[in-house]
Design a protein around this ligand. Structure first.
Ligand code: FPP
Length: 347
């Protein structure tokens, strides 16, 4: 098992506490800020969240929007299937991870042109420490090699690269490589690429809860800020629009649980090393077909209860009403004013 310099013999590295330092200069992602503001205003159409019951004293601190965040969708991917891809070819699992790194490169290259502003890739979960030491070592080497090789390309393409998750259990060379890549690409405005390494959503939520020191519960925005700090997410905690999982499994595996509250989910049997721009485009096409309601009513539900039925339905309703009128005319006195017809198109 890969061990950090802070790791004590006999201790499970997953039980070590991350450093408690707060991220300086943290700002909320503009999308999160806008959603939070509209939640507070109680807007049902633009907010994915129900408004908090009352403005919270902790929210009094002003949060400036992050002017550096690229606009566009937030797509998150659980890259699954490397091992099976390799075994299918009679190769060791690590060969699958190497092929997976190539799929990462292809996907990143295609992302911005497909309307993605933030791409978060699940590269190593906190539970992946349980894998054989050789596989963990190979993955850590691969991450470092990827950062060394791709940083220049990211700069060229305007990609800002950052890593979310714990840092304290990563070895020093990898931590240095992460810091160097983040510093070199900090000016990227085309795409924000976030690699999740030693990441656990549950741990992040627990960290955030443990850092709340006040006697009243935090607002969503204040809590999101604490989660962001726990995972070194200096660009805030943007909600996920679309979550893709490759490899045929259909679960979240402790990934972005808070941020996926209203994510659209897309599962594909394609193994990650075979994934490419066409698959990403297909997932986005499916995403754009979906109606996102955030717990409110979308256009299709509103149409279903519209007092003005569509013309073809109106015509047949009129024919039906006319014939009914003819049938009862002799028996009933005329109504003072006819009630508006409501035709429900859906149950
Ligand atoms: C899950 O597939 C994949 C991982 C645990 C590692 C993901 C790593 C990469 C895609 C490699 C490169 C990443 C970067 C950022 C350079 P699995 O091994 O569990 O597959 P299986 O379900 O077929 O066994």
């Amino acid at each position: 098992m890969e061990q950090s310099p802070l790791h004590k013999p006999g201790q499970d590295p997953r039980d070590q506490d991350p450093e408690p330092a707060r991220t300086p200069g943290f700002v909320l992602h503009p999308a999160a800020r806008a959603r939070d503001a509209s939640a507070r205003a109680g807007s049902p159409t633009t907010s994915p969240h129900a408004p908090d019951p009352a403005p919270h004293p902790a929210d009094a601190s002003a949060r400036a929007p992050d002017p550096t965040a690229p606009s566009g969708l937030h797509v998150a991917i659980i890259m699954d299937g490397n091992g099976r891809w390799a075994l299918d070819r009679g190769k060791p699992r690590t060969a699958g991870h190497r092929a997976g790194a190539e799929a990462v490169r292809r996907t990143v290259e295609a992302a911005a042109s497909l309307g993605i502003g933030t791409l978060t890739l699940y590269a190593f979960s906190s539970d992946n420490w349980r894998r054989p030491a050789g596989e963990v070592r190979a993955l850590m080497r691969l991450f470092r090699a990827y950062l060394a090789r791709e940083t220049a390309r990211c700069v060229e393409q305007g990609v800002r690269l950052s890593v979310i998750g714990r840092r304290d259990r990563l070895d020093l060379p990898l931590r240095r490589a992460i810091e160097a890549a983040e510093a070199a690409t900090a000016g990227g405005r085309t795409l924000h690429l976030r690699l999740a390494v030693d990441y656990s959503s549950r741990d992040a939520l627990l960290q955030a809860a443990g850092r709340w020191r006040r006697p009243f519960p935090p607002s969503r925005a204040a809590f999101a800020e604490l989660i962001a700090e726990a995972i070194h997410a200096t660009g805030g905690l943007p909600d996920v629009d679309l979550l893709i999982r490759t490899g045929g499994e259909q679960r979240l595996s402790d990934f972005l649980l808070w941020e996926c509250a209203y994510a659209e989910l897309f599962f594909t049997p394609r193994l990650w090393p075979d994934f490419g721009p066409a698959d990403l485009e297909a997932a986005l096409t499916e995403y754009r077909r979906r109606e996102r309601r955030f717990g409110g009513l979308g256009p299709s539900s509103l149409q279903a209860t519209s007092p003005e039925p569509p013309p073809s339905v109106a015509a047949s309703a009129r024919r039906f009403a006319d014939s009914a009128d003819d049938a009862v005319q002799d028996d009933c006195p005329p109504a003072a004013s006819p009630a508006p017809k409501r035709i429900s198109l859906t149950a």
